[in-house]
Design a protein around this ligand. Structure first.
Ligand code: 6PG
Length: 239
């Protein structure tokens, strides 16, 4: 990784606008360089507004963009907890992207089979390491990123691009990209909002060598932290 940028925005609207602007620019740059671009989308609630802004943005090369996901829950794609559904409703159904370029994680056959299939799909579409132009990511209060939770064995997996994450009594199983896949992206944008995330950021950003998954995101060129003032409050992550 060559550079890290920390950008603190005034509020959620400014965070969404800046995130959308950067994603659009990276997709344009990907198309200019190679004729096509690829993005991995995040789930969670923080990127919703960003997707809505991106849906309305001009000059986004949707016809030449391939869309992937950083992670997915093993629920049907029409369920509220589906990351595919969230991105479809806020963004993808609003833009002229050919359906064949939308690569959701097909979790219907279970996490293991879906992880194997997505691993193969990524290799087939983007190579290995997969050349994503941008990976958009959120961070959990426990320091997880995509569905790489602290202690997950997938964190050590240096060969796979996607792995299964077992479910719990309260949570469905998931499929997640690995650090190998995420860190092959040209740029990763971490979108973080709200005071609940401030202590986590203090560990992830300000403390060198943190073992938390979010601290191990290191894309090829640039890691961008987009924070609203609430998330940035407290930790010494100022500009
Ligand atoms: C998901 C993602 C997860 C998410 C973070 C932050 O929930 O689908 O796997 O990594 O990005 O948990 O979520 P919020 O944006 O809702 O805080």
């Amino acid at each position: 990784m060559k550079r890290t940028e920390i950008v603190v925005l005034a509020d959620a609207a400014a965070l969404a606008a800046e995130g959308a602007r950067r994603v659009a620019e990276l997709l344009r740059e990907g198309v200019a360089a190679r004729g096509s671009a690829a993005v991995a989308l995040a789930g969670g609630s923080t990127p919703r507004d960003l997707y809505r802004v991106l849906a309305a943005a001009e000059r986004v090369p949707w016809e030449r963009t391939e869309v992937f996901w950083g992670d997915e829950r093993c629920v049907p794609p029409e369920f509220p907890a589906s990351n595919y559904r969230m991105a479809h409703e806020t963004l993808l159904r609003e833009v002229p992207i050919p359906p064949a370029q939308v690569h959701r994680i097909r979790v219907e056959e279970g996490a293991e089979a879906a992880a194997d299939a997505y691993d193969a799909l990524l290799r087939g579409r983007l190579g290995d390491p997969p050349r994503l132009d941008v990976a958009l990511l959120g961070v959990g209060t426990d320091g997880h990123v995509a569905s790489l939770f602290p202690g997950h064995p997938g964190l050590q997996d240096a060969s796979r691009l996607a792995v299964a994450v077992p479910g719990t009594h309260h949570e469905p199983a998931r499929v997640t990209l690995t650090l190998r896949a995420l860190n092959a992206a040209r740029v990763a944008i971490m979108v973080v909002s709200g005071t609940a995330k401030a202590p986590t950021l203090r560990q992830v950003i300000a403390r060198a060598g943190s073992p938390l998954p979010a601290a191990r995101v290191a894309p090829r060129e640039l890691l961008v932290w987009l924070l609203d003032v609430d998330a940035a409050r407290g930790p010494h992550v100022g500009r």
